[in-house]
Design a protein around this ligand. Structure first.
Ligand code: SAH
Length: 372
């Protein structure tokens, strides 16, 4: 026996909501009212939409659901800057959503695009867990609203400033829903939308080449991060098995195309693993790899930034984090070659916030941060 799960109101586009209201014989202006409740007031229940008539609220409740994320666990890191939720979806699958606060300026939601992940990266906790399912656009959006609501309870003035797709899942393996979520989150507040600037969103991909090519065509101002972790195919095949399908040569071409088409910077993610990918040899190969991408037409501008983060240990992988000194040495080799790079601080380690995926990717202005 299967139970029918009602459609979430977050799954409706503005047009679909307008059509639904028309079908009920309700005036069109209610659409913006409802959208404001959803995307600006972050209500978790239809009954909280107090300026709608009882009839309309009853119609909405009969057909649509809200507030369907159930918190299974919530953790604060000991420094108080990271807050993580394990959230259960109506079908029982579970996802992680994190709020990371920095320097009193940035407040970043790290969200999941899938429950589990099929990419199987050796060191990643989600990869070790396997794939469950794609999230719907509404379920992606709802995580952002969840964090926004939690923040409002914390403080009336703080607003979410950034969103990164660095929770569970591979965004480009759920391309359409991720794109729809991005479009919806960036709808202007004047139209009842959430109003997040596209430059404040970062999508992180394991390196799905057709996804990168397609993303380049979207004409969005969204940031792209690519999880590189190794600069030769032999090592990358081990760490990121998808490399067997899209080897470094193809990834380099796609990245070059992306930069040329969008004129936007790309960041490469690099989880520093002691004795594995933090060697002088890997640093030199990385320099070579980046030089192979750099488009002569773009010369003079650094279009690629490297973000390093010491590995977050996970149960299914024996590797250890690179220590500070080795990390600095690795970073210095890149810097000498003129490649901007940042060593990131691991956040919320004590709450496994963890899975390694949760890290800073954007600076306050939404661009990858400048060299540390
Ligand atoms: N699937 C996407 C986004 C999710 S992971 C991707 O691969 O980019 C976000 C980032 O965290 C990726 O760069 C991923 O490689 C990294 N990551 C995963 N597990 C990690 C760990 N244990 N330590 C450090 N970084 C990790």
């Amino acid at each position: 026996m299967s139970t029918t799960i009602p459609t979430s109101l977050y799954d409706l586009t503005a047009d679909q909501l307008a059509d639904q209201l028309a079908a009920w014989g309700q005036p069109a202006f209610h659409a913006k009212q409802i959208r404001r409740w959803l995307y600006q007031q972050f209500v978790a229940h239809i009954d909280e939409m107090t300026d709608l008539s009882k009839t309309l609220r009853a119609q909405l409740s009969a057909h649509y659901a809200l507030g369907r994320l159930i918190p299974v666990a919530e953790h604060f890191s000991s420094d108080g800057w990271t807050r993580k939720w394990l959230l259960r979806l109506p079908d029982g699958s579970e996802i992680e959503t994190v709020l990371m606060e920095y320097d009193g300026i940035r407040r970043t939601a790290c969200i999941s695009s899938q429950a589990g992940c099929a990419m199987d990266c050796a060191f990643c906790a989600t990869g070790q867990m396997g794939f469950v399912r794609n999230l719907r656009a509404g379920e992606i959006i709802e995580q952002v609203l969840w964090v926004a609501r939690a923040m409002r309870h914390q403080s009336a003035v703080d607003r979410l400033s950034n969103v990164v797709f660095m929770g569970m899942g591979e965004p480009f393996a759920n391309y359409n829903n991720v794109l729809e979520a991005i479009r919806r989150l960036t709808e202007p507040q004047s139209a009842g939308g959430f109003g997040l600037g596209a430059r404040r969103i970062t999508v992180s991909t394991v390196g799905i080449v057709p996804g990168i090519r397609r993303f380049a065509e979207e004409a969005l101002q969204v940031n792209l991060a690519i999880s590189l972790h190794a600069a030769n195919d032999e090592l990358r095949n081990q760490l990121v098995p998808l490399n067997k399908r899209y080897p470094l040569k193809d990834l380099a071409l796609a990245t070059r195309e992306y930069i040329r088409k969008t004129n936007r910077r790309v960041s490469f993610e690099w989880a520093l693993i002691d004795g594995v990918n933090d060697t002088v040899e890997q640093a030199r190969l990385l320099v070579k790899f980046i030089r192979s991408i750099h488009d002569p037409q773009q010369e003079g501008r650094n279009m690629i930034h490297v973000n390093m983060i010491p590995l977050n240990p996970t149960a299914g992988y024996a590797g250890r984090a690179t220590d500070r000194e080795r990390a600095r040495h690795f970073s210095a080799i890149l810097a000498e070659a003129g490649i901007p790079n940042t060593i990131r601080v691991r956040r919320g380690i004590d709450i496994h916030a963890g899975c390694g995926q949760l890290k800073a990717a954007v600076s306050p202005d939404g661009e990858p941060a400048a060299m540390a």
